[in-house]
Design a protein around this ligand. Sequence first.
Ligand code: HEM
Length: 526
Amino acid sequence: FRCQSTSTDELKTKRNLLDNASNLLTNLLSGGRLGAMPVAEGAVSDLFDRPLFFSLYDWFLEHGAVYKLAFGPKAFVVVSDAVVARHILRENAFSYDKGVLADILEPIMGKGLIPADLDTWKLRRRVIAPGFHALYLEAMVKIFTNCSRRSISKFDELLERENLQGGKTIELDLEAEFSNLALDIIGLGVFNYEFGSVMKESPVIKAVYGTLFEAEHRSTFYIPYWKVPFMRWIVPRQRKFQNDLKVINDCLDGLIKNAKDTRQETDVEKLQQRDYSNLKDASLLRFLVDMRGADVDDRQLRDDLMTMLIAGHETTAAVLTWAVFLLAQNPSKMRKAQKEIDSVLGEGEPTYIRLIVVEALRLYPQPPLLIRRSLKSDKLPGGYNGNEDGYEIPVGTDIFISVYNLHRSPYFWDCPNEFEPERFLVEKKSEDIEGWDGFDPSRSPGALYPNEIISDFSFLPFGGGPRKCVGDQFALMESTVALAMLLQKFDVELKGSPESVELVTGATIHTKNGLWCKLRKRSHVH
Ligand code: HEM
């Protein structure tokens, strides 16, 4: 669901369509079946006046940690509690699938890990997850550094040009810059393809952005008209989408063919010990193709690559965008980060930068909602809002786990809406919350970044349980490197007021018109 300002006519048409659609929907949940669950009555206008997750937050404060959201005959259960999230994502994970999300993503990602049915997922997860091993990630850090350096050089050149005309700052849409950077990184890291999008445009780049745009449209449009076969060919945006998909698929097919033609079949253990420092192609595709016994048809491989391209691109760009947005409003924290960068350069650990990255993910989780549908009946744990017993969940119930609500829950966080990276250093006990084990870093020794284990599912930036993100460490390191390299060289300020940065959401939370910033060279770079 995306909500953003729209013209009145457009709004009316959408509302009519929605009202009609909701009457036609067959997947009905009657109020009685979800027992005594509190009900939030959503008006259709809630879908359009502002991002849905804002309304979900208000209803969370009003109705509690588990409530039913009814839009006409359609209902969703909205979960904002760590113990219930842990139950759905980990303890009873295989009683749920991706529901609405899989319906939306399947035409783009096919049987890739995110929308995959359970059988395909089991096979492919076992093959893909080992690809993100320690030496691979180390090789990726080089790619993160090289690609970030390209962005920095571009900003440097723009500044130099400005200096010649007497100016000291440049104005840039950093969201667009981060998006290009993340695309270049994911291309090289996943299939050794040089998009080069920081410096130029190309048909493949345009096709990737076109596909993302369509994925977002689908996640915000209530009626899946694109499933009607002829619609693909008569609706112009659907025709364009088919063309975009073809451009990317042709590109991926070429890369897969090339990787297969140069295949060097070997065991997983050997692949994980390869001399990655001297490898020309360290990509995940190389790993997947070379793995002995992992014969897979080209279609599946293409779905896997497409999934990782989409999953790993906008998400990371969004983390960087919101980290800068938050830092620009907190100059003392920006200085603290820069001081750390100056002192650890070359060696040492960028602890504070890591905390900034995770704090940005706490306040702006990507995606803000995790979507599930129950495959069997289930019983959710109780213990919140005076509900001791928990609720019965019938088969076919659609569930939103609102990570946004959980990350800003006053039950789990002090000053939940404040940007406070230091909060992750403080242990939190859990006397008040039944079944929640508190926030304790010793639970995940050696973890460089706070995670769902340390927080006992109150912090879910990458989900949790068996379907947790496979690219979490990749993304965290990428964001840390890119942010550190930017702040090392530049001071960043917002161009307008923070309020003027409007939010929109599709799969990720992003800005409506870009994150326009002023960049100035730092005067004391060590
Ligand atoms: C799954 C977040 C980067 C690949 C997920 C999920 C979340 C997430 C929350 C779980 C979805 C669910 O349970 O419904 C993020 C964020 C990222 C990021 C916030 C960046 C900051 C990446 C990258 C890759 C990737 C870089 C690949 C290179 C995947 C895949 C899955 C996934 C394949 C599906 C896993 C499965 O179902 O087994 N991601 N992700 N993600 N992510 Fe990420």
